[in-house]
Design a binder for this molecule. Structure first.
Ligand code: ADP
Ligand code: MG
Ligand code: ZN
Length: 635
């Protein structure tokens, strides 16, 4: 409770400051007359007459025919005025008297007709506002503490007030019809959908499960790499079941006021209980659900409290009512084990990267929103994008449509989507990078080097495209290889072949120009990673055999491995990696030496055309006589 007191005090200070500011604004801007206003005293007509006779009147505001008289006395403050009503029919006498008294009638004495009550209003309005505002604030604070009556309004309330309206949970509440997403909008992911169908069924008919005595999972954890549609799936569950969807993102818990996180969780579940059956969705749960450190000075009290509150709430609700908590993460290994205990997120729904058919389905789903020029074939795109997530694929379709607009066309065509695959994978074409002639030649030989090594080995994925158009990502060119079918297993020979392909670029440069360039940096990185994995993870070395020497740090994010072996062993691993790469480099050099004619011929062709297709490459590659006239010389 100390936390709440602290918060109250903080809010009190805020409240006083705001009220004071309001007072200043009102008194200076809205009621400026307050300072210049006359203080008017009502007097009798005879008092006026007496004042006039004794020549006591200083200034006078009087129009003949009007009975209202306003005047100030000599020797008194200008701000004090007297008001009286002239007797009817006494104008002549009054005029005479005024003349004699020598009063100044040429001025208008400012007066405020609505007089006293406005004066009161001006004085008390700010105080009233002050009190009302305080009452309102207090009520809101109570709500945040959770000790107010249960009627909550779901409007965003006092928007723009910094912390999402002082004490509100900030959870976005979306009515089911607004979710607008069903399983139809999620392509691929059949297994995930299958296991979530049960949740939908439960939300639709909780009685059926209760009748038989089945306990349904309180929570399901959607686990998978970024962009695979976890958030989309959670929404689709709510959409399918037609229940409200309460969603909050783990990062939203990291807020400006200490102690807010726990209050938010409490508030979220309170609202959910009122609206049950419903879905509570916690996106990016790893931000609050990280493993708690054992003791010590963690300095992350806030997160821990939020997590504890979440655990308490998950244990606390009566799930006969039909509340299902869904959460999403791409770092399941970092979650606190308490979250994964039975009765909490005991069900795991893997949401993996889509396979070939999944990719095609996702592409076709998103293609529906785009006007296209037939024929378009999404299976070609799907084959070219192994490892792409649903979000990447959606992006490819969009980039394709954007390209069509850039080209001034009304319909998008196959070529747009093919180009956008490269955009998403390798970055935009960079037209402004002008390579020197020599550089362009080096890049041509480099890329053809990769391609020839790939084509000369059996079991390498066919080359589908070679280009030397620079990309915004920094690549000066690249060779695209696409597997004919989806592959789940790779043999040792195939891995070795791949290593040689990585080495092919540099090997060609050395062979032809006898020099090295920085252009092979990425190849070297990839090759080293692959060679290291062969030894530490795939058990593909004679020296270490099936001994695991590394662990994958984060299976869903970057597959980074860390070595788990003695320093002496690590040294030997390095030696073995070096040996693998050196051998692959030798092999690549050997292949290129044997195909030196082809290398020259193809590199020159690529240099001229800048981009060539896989078919062009293969026809030239297979052609018997390298001295035959080249296609570009004919045209
Ligand atoms: P995650 O939460 O897993 O990071 P999202 O659910 O936010 O991913 O997905 C991002 C976007 O990618 C979605 O809005 C959707 O357009 C697209 N997307 C991802 N997966 C799929 C899928 N299986 N089917 C259709 N669209 C998808
Ligand atoms: Mg997400
Ligand atoms: Zn290369």
């Amino acid at each position: 409770m100390e936390m709440d007191d602290h918060k109250r005090r903080r809010n009190m200070i805020l409240y006083v400051l705001i009220a004071f500011a309001l007072y200043l604004v009102l008194s200076t801007v809205l009621f400026p007359s307050m300072r210049t206003q006359q203080q008017v005293t009502e007097v009798s007509y005879s008092t006026l007459l007496t004042d006039l006779e004794s020549k006591n009147v200083d200034k006078m505001d009087y129009t003949a025919g009007d009975s209202d008289v306003l005047y100030t006395r000599k020797g008194e403050d200008e701000g004090v005025a007297y008001r009286t009503t002239a007797m009817p029919g006494a104008e002549d006498t009054l005029s005479q008297l005024i003349m004699e008294s020598g009063a100044d009638t040429s001025v208008t004495i400012p007066s405020n007709d609505s007089g006293t009550w406005l004066y009161l209003l001006i004085t008390f309005a700010p105080i009233l506002i002050f009190i009302l505002f305080g009452w309102w604030l207090n009520r809101r604070m109570k709500k945040a503490m959770g000790d107010d009556n249960p009627s909550m309004d779901f409007s965003s309330g006092f928007g723009g007030f910094g912390a999402g309206g002082l004490g509100k949970s900030g959870a976005r509440i979306v009515a089911s019809k607004d979710v607008g997403v069903t399983f139809k909008d999620v392509a691929g992911q059949e297994e995930a959908k299958e296991s979530l169908k049960e949740v939908v069924d439960f939300l639709e008919k909780p009685e059926r499960y209760e009748a038989i005595g089945a306990k349904l999972p309180r929570g399901a954890l959607l686990v998978g790499p970024p962009g695979t549609g976890k958030t989309l799936l959670a929404k689709a569950v709510a959409g399918e079941a037609g229940v409200p969807f309460f969603s909050i993102s783990g990062s939203e818990f990291v807020e400006m006021f200490v102690g807010r996180g726990a209050a938010k969780v409490r508030d979220l579940f309170k609202q959910a209980k009122e609206k049950a059956p419903c879905i509570v969705f916690i996106d990016e749960i790893d931000t609050i659900g990280k493993k708690r450190d054992g003791g010590g000075f963690s300095g992350n009290d806030e997160r821990e409290q939020t997590l504890n509150q979440l655990l308490t709430e998950m244990d606390g609700f009566d799930n006969k009512k039909g509340i299902v908590v869904l959460a999403a993460t791409n770092r399941p290994d970092s979650l606190d084990p308490a979250l994964l205990r039975p009765g909490r997120f005991d069900r795991r729904v893997p949401v993996e990267l889509p396979d070939l058919t999944g990719r095609k389905a996702i592409l076709e789903l998103h293609l529906k929103d785009v006007k296209v020029q037939q024929p378009v074939d999404m299976s070609a795109i799907a084959r070219a994008t192994p490892g792409a997530s649903g979000a990447d694929l959606a992006n490819i379709i969009n980039e394709g449509a954007l390209r069509a607009v850039r080209m001034g066309r009304k319909l998008a065509c196959q070529e747009d989507f093919e180009e956008s695959v490269e955009v998403v994978i390798a970055g935009q074409q960079r037209k402004s990078t002008v390579l020197s002639d020599h550089e362009k030649q080096v890049v041509s030989y480099h890329e053809i080097g990769h391609a020839i090594v790939a084509a000369s080995q059996t079991g390498s994925a066919p080359v589908t495209k070679i280009t030397i158009v620079p990309r915004t990502s920094g690549a000066l060119g690249y060779t695209m290889q696409v597997e004919q079918d989806e592959k789940f297993l790779t043999t040792k020979q195939e891995v070795l072949n791949k290593l040689a392909v990585y080495c092919g670029g540099r090997a060609a440069e050395e062979l032809i120009f006898g020099e090295m360039t920085t252009g092979a940096a990425n190849d070297i990185e990839q090759a080293t990673k692959l060679a290291r994995n062969m030894i530490t993870r795939f058990g593909m070395s004679d020296e270490f055999g099936m001994m695991a020497l590394g662990t994958v740090q984060n299976a869903y994010l970057n597959q980074d491995t860390s070595l788990t072996c003695a320093p002496g062993t690590a040294e030997r691993v390095d030696d073995a990696v070096l040996k693998l790469i050196t051998e692959a480099h030798e092999r690549a050099l050997q292949i290129l030496r044997e195909n030196k004619f082809k290398l020259h011929e193809l590199a020159r062709y690529l240099y001229k055309k800048e981009t060539i297709t896989g078919e062009e490459f293969m026809t030239l590659m297979k052609r018997e006589n390298p001295f035959m006239p080249k296609p570009e010389q004919q045209g």
